[in-house]
Design a protein around this ligand. Structure first.
Ligand code: AMP
Length: 274
C-alpha cells in the first residue's frame, strides 16, 4: 500500500495507471466496520482502491468537535493494508484548500433541511471537499454509506448536476450487534450513554413493526418512536421520500425515516429506508 500526503503525488500515481478501474472511499478516519465494508466493496469492484482520511474543517460548525474528532492513524493504516487498499491519501489542510478559492453552495432546499437546518452550511463543506477529492482521484466508483443518507443524496445530486463522471455507490448501514449504527463518534459515549444511544435504532425498529402491521400515518409513527427517545435530546425525527420531500403517509419502497439527536454531548444520526 502506498501512502500519499501530497495531492500531486497521488494524481501522478493515478495518471500513470493505464486502463485501471479506480474505486475511491472518502473518510474522516477512526475507521470501523462501517468504513471497512465500503473499502471491501471497492476492492472487490475495482482494480485500484484509494482511501482518503481527511478531517475536513469546512464541514464542521463553530463549536463542533473538529479539534477532538477521534484520530487513530496508526491502526487506520493497518486496517487499510489488511483490507487490500492500494493507496491511502492523508492530505494536510494546505494540500486541499487554497486562499480565496471558489466555494460550493449546497442546494437551497435539500441542503438546508434536517442536517442542513441543524448544521447550517455543513453540506457546503461536505460537497466542497467531495468535489475536490473526486477531481483528484477521477474515480470510476466512489463509495458512500447510507448512514449519512442526506449527504449521500446531496453527493449524488452534485455529481449529476455538475456532470461528474464518477459513479456513486450506495452502501448499507453497518450496525453493532445491539443495533447501534457504527460511527467514529460512538467512541465519545460513556457506558451509560451507549445504552441510551441504542434507543435510536430501537425506535427505527419500532417504526418498522408499526409499518408492517399496516400503520401509514407518519405523525403516529413519529409519536411512537418518541416514546423510546426520552433520554435523547432530539434534533429531528422526520420521514421523507427518497428525494427528501417530507411525507405525511408512508410510501413503501420510497420512504426514509431519519433521526438525529444528542446523547450527552455526542450528536448521533441514524435512519432506515422503508
Ligand atoms: P466518515 O468517516 O464518518 O466521514 O464516513 C465516511 C464514509 O463511511 C461515509 O460515506 C459514511 O456514510 C460511511 N459510514 C460511516 N459509518 C457507517 C456505517 N455504520 N455503515 C455504513 N457506512 C458508514
Amino acid at each position: 500500500m502506498e501512502i500519499f500526503t501530497k495531492t500531486k503525488n497521488l494524481m501522478s500515481y493515478l495518471n500513470n495507471l493505464k486502463n485501471k478501474k479506480i474505486g475511491f472511499v472518502p473518510t474522516m478516519g477512526a475507521l470501523h466496520n462501517g468504513h471497512i465494508s465500503l473499502i471491501k466493496k471497492s476492492v472487490s469492484e475495482n482494480d485500484i482502491t484509494i482511501v482518503s482520511i481527511f478531517v475536513n474543517p469546512t464541514q464542521f460548525l463553530e463549536g463542533e468537535d473538529l479539534d477532538k474528532y477521534p484520530k487513530k492513524i496508526a491502526s487506520d493504516k493497518k486496517v487499510c493494508q489488511i483490507a487490500g487498499v492500494d493507496g491511502l491519501f492523508l492530505p494536510t489542510e494546505e494540500e486541499i484548500y487554497f486562499d480565496d478559492e471558489s466555494e460550493i453552495i449546497a442546494p437551497k432546499k435539500t441542503g438546508y433541511i434536517l442536517e442542513g437546518y441543524h448544521r447550517p452550511n455543513h453540506f457546503n463543506g461536505v460537497l466542497r471537499v467531495v468535489l475536490k477529492l473526486l477531481n483528484i482521484t477521477k474515480a470510476d466508483n466512489a463509495y458512500f454509506g447510507k448512514k449519512d443518507a442526506q449527504q449521500l443524496y446531496l453527493v449524488k445530486k452534485m455529481v449529476q448536476n455538475f456532470f461528474i463522471k464518477t459513479n456513486i455507490v450506495e452502501c448499507d448501514i453497518i450496525r453493532d450487534s445491539d443495533g447501534l449504527a457504527l460511527s467514529s463518534r460512538n467512541a465519545y459515549l460513556t457506558m451509560q450513554e451507549r445504552e441510551k444511544a441504542v434507543n435510536l435504532s430501537k425506535s427505527l425498529k419500532k417504526a418498522t413493526k408499526l409499518i408492517i402491521s399496516g400503520e401509514r400515518d407518519c405523525n403516529i409513527i413519529k409519536q411512537n418512536m418518541m416514546e423510546l427517545l426520552k433520554d435523547i435530546k432530539i434534533d429531528y425525527i422526520e420521514i421523507v421520500d427518497r428525494n427528501f420531500n417530507k411525507l405525511e403517509k408512508i410510501e413503501i419502497k420510497n420512504s426514509i425515516i431519519l433521526i438525529a439527536g444528542f446523547v450527552g454531548t455526542t450528536r448521533l444520526i441514524d435512519n432506515l429506508e422503508i
